[in-house]
Design a protein around this ligand. Structure first.
Ligand code: ZN
Length: 481
C-alpha cells in the first residue's frame, strides 16, 4: 500500500474536426432506480436485453439474445430445453449446470432456469455461448454489462481548444445528452463507444475533466465544466462540439426536453440550459454522489500481494463491486478510473472536488493483517464558509468530523457483518485535499489465504457493509455539506 506514490499523468490524443452548429437539448437527468440491462453490440446491430435475477445470480434469455442475428426457435422436448439457431443447437435442462452448445459440452456457472418456457442462462455464460453460436470473437465489459461481438467498437479522440472541446468518433453516434450546472453527460446506449483511458484531466477556461463511465448497458462521457455547457452535433454525427452556452440561453428557464439528438440538418431544435453557476447555485447542494477511487493503476501496480496478485487489479475489482452495491441502494457512484490506467494521487482528489461529490473513498488492498482498515485524514477540524475558496492542503478540515462519523458507521456495519476491522486516522494521500466526507479503506485477507482479498464473496460482503453504512450515514453527510 504505497500511499504516497505519485504517478505520471496521462493525456488523451487529440484531433480536430469541423463541426456544424446544431443546438441541443438539455436537462438534468434524475438518477432513477433503473431496471438491470445488458447491451449487446454487433457489427451491424445493437440492442439491450433485460437482466433478471434468480437466486442472487443474473440471467438473460438466450433466445432473445440470438433473435437479432437470424432464425431462432426454442421449445421444451421432454426434460430438455432446445434452441435452434440457423443450423446450430443449444440444449439445457432445468436446474442443470451442464448442457450443450453448438455440439460441445458446455458448463454453466449457475443452473439453467426455465421460466414460462423461456430458457434463461447466467449472464456470465452468455459471451461464451454467443461466441460459439455466432462463431465470433466476444469481449464482455462486466462492470458495464456491455458485450461486444466481432470487434464492434466506436473509438473517440478529444481535441481541446481555447474555447471548446471536440469529441471525435470513429463512427456516427447518437447519445442522449443532459446537463446540470457544471456538468454535461452524453449517454450512449446503442453506440459501442469504448475508451482507452477513462479519465482525461483537461485544463482550459471551459472544461476541467472528461470521464468515461460504463454501467448497466450504457456508456457515459461526463464533462465537468467551469461554465454552463452546450453540445452541438456535426452533421455527420461523428463529432460533438462542447462549447459555452450562449448568454441568452443561460438566462432562459430550463425546459424539460429530453430525448435523442435531433436529426442532423434540422435547425435549432431545442435549447434548454441550466442556470449558470451563480453564487446561489454554487451554494445549493449538488446531488449525492459517491466517488470510489481504486488505488494505483497503470504504471503504478501498488503492492504485490502475492506472486500473481497486484494491488491495482484488486482495488479496481473491489471498486466495481462497491459501485454496483451502492447503485443497488439507489446511490449514484462514480469511479475515478474504470480501467488499468495511471492516475496521479492529486488528480484523484481534484476529480472528487471538481465533481463536488458527497463522499470520496480511496480503496487499497494489503497482504498483511486481517479484515478491513478504515482511515480518515489526520487533520484538525476547521470551519469555513460553504461555497468559499478552500485551501487545497486543508480542504478536508471542514469535513473531517463528517468523515469520522461515516468511518464509525462503516466500522459498525463491518462488525455487524462479522468482518474484522479497525479505524484509524493517518496521513493518507489524498484525503487532506478532498472537500467531502473522505475515507480510505484498505482490504486485507479474511484469513491465512492472501488470495481471499480478491475473492468475490469476501469483497461482496465488505461492499455490502460499506454501502449500508453510506445509506445510514447519508443524512449526516448531507447535513454537513
Ligand atoms: Zn495501496
Amino acid at each position: 500500500m504505497p500511499w504516497s506514490r505519485h504517478s505520471r499523468r496521462t493525456h488523451g490524443a487529440a484531433r480536430a474536426a469541423a463541426v456544424a452548429a446544431l443546438l441541443l437539448v438539455l436537462l438534468a437527468s434524475a438518477p432513477s432506480a433503473e431496471e438491470k440491462q445488458l447491451s449487446i453490440y454487433g457489427p451491424r446491430v445493437s440492442y439491450s436485453l433485460p437482466v433478471s435475477e434468480h437466486d442472487g445470480q443474473e440471467y438473460v434469455s438466450l433466445l432473445e439474445a440470438l433473435e437479432p442475428f437470424g432464425n431462432v426457435s426454442a421449445g421444451v422436448a421432454g426434460a430438455k430445453w432446445k434452441l435452434r439457431f440457423n443450423k446450430l443447437e443449444a440444449e439445457f435442462r432445468q436446474n442443470a449446470t451442464v448442457g450443450k452448445v453448438a455440439g460441445q459440452k458446455f458448463g454453466l456457472p449457475a443452473p439453467f432456469v426455465l421460466e414460462n418456457n423461456r430458457g434463461l442462462v447466467p449472464l456470465h455464460a452468455l459471451p461464451a455461448i454467443l461466441g460459439l453460436m455466432l462463431a465470433t470473437r466476444t469481449e464482455y465489459h462486466e462492470a458495464g454489462r456491455r458485450l461486444f461481438l466481432g470487434g464492434a467498437a466506436t473509438h473517440f479522440t478529444t481535441d481541446l481548444r481555447e474555447n471548446g472541446l471536440s469529441v471525435n468518433f470513429s463512427a456516427p453516434v447518437n447519445p442522449l445528452i443532459s446537463t446540470e450546472p457544471g456538468k454535461l453527460v452524453m449517454t450512449f446506449t446503442r453506440d459501442p463507444v469504448v475508451a482507452n483511458a477513462y479519465i482525461l484531466k483537461l485544463e482550459n477556461a471551459l472544461v476541467s475533466s472528461l470521464t468515461f463511465v460504463e454501467s448497466n448497458g450504457q456508456a457515459e462521457l461526463v464533462v465537468l465544466g467551469r461554465v454552463p455547457l452546450l453540445a452541438q452535433f456535426a452533421a455527420d454525427r461523428r463529432a460533438i462540439e462542447i462549447v459555452p452556452a450562449p448568454r441568452e440561453a443561460q438566462s432562459a428557464p430550463p425546459a424539460a426536453v429530453l430525448g435523442t439528438a435531433p436529426e442532423a440538418g434540422t435547425a435549432l431544435a431545442a435549447v434548454a440550459v441550466p442556470a449558470p453557476p451563480t453564487l446561489q447555485s454554487l451554494t445549493a447542494r449538488p446531488p449525492f454522489v459517491v466517488m470510489l477511487d481504486p488505488g494505483h493503476g497503470g504504471d503504478d501496480r501498488g503492492a504485490l500481494l502475492s506472486d500473481t496478485l497486484e494491488e491495482k487489479g484488486v482495488t479496481l475489482a473491489f471498486a466495481r463491486r462497491l459501485r454496483s452495491e451502492l447503485q443497488g441502494h439507489g446511490i449514484s457512484a462514480l469511479l475515478s478510473r474504470d480501467a488499468d490506467v495511471t492516475v496521479a494521487v492529486e488528480q484523484r482528489a481534484a476529480m472528487a472536488d471538481a465533481a463536488r461529490v458527497a463522499v470520496y473513498i480511496s480503496l487499497h488492498a494489503a497482504s498483511q493483517g486481517r479484515g478491513v482498515r478504515v482511515y480518515t485524514a489526520m487533520i484538525n477540524s476547521a470551519s469555513s464558509k460553504p461555497g468559499g475558496f478552500v485551501p487545497w492542503d486543508t480542504a478536508q478540515a471542514r469535513y473531517v468530523l463528517s468523515s469520522r462519523a461515516l468511518a464509525d458507521l462503516v466500522k459498525a456495519e463491518l462488525s455487524k457483518h462479522e468482518i474484522a476491522n479497525s479505524e484509524l486516522s493517518a496521513p493518507v494521500k489524498p484525503l487532506n485535499n478532498v472537500a467531502a466526507a473522505a475515507l480510505a479503506i484498505e482490504v486485507a485477507p479474511s484469513g491465512a489465504d492472501v488470495g481471499s482479498v480478491n475473492a468475490g464473496v469476501y469483497q461482496q460482503r465488505i461492499a455490502a457493509a460499506i454501502a449500508e453504512a453510506i445509506v445510514v450515514g447519508r443524512a449526516r453527510v448531507e447535513a454537513e455539506r
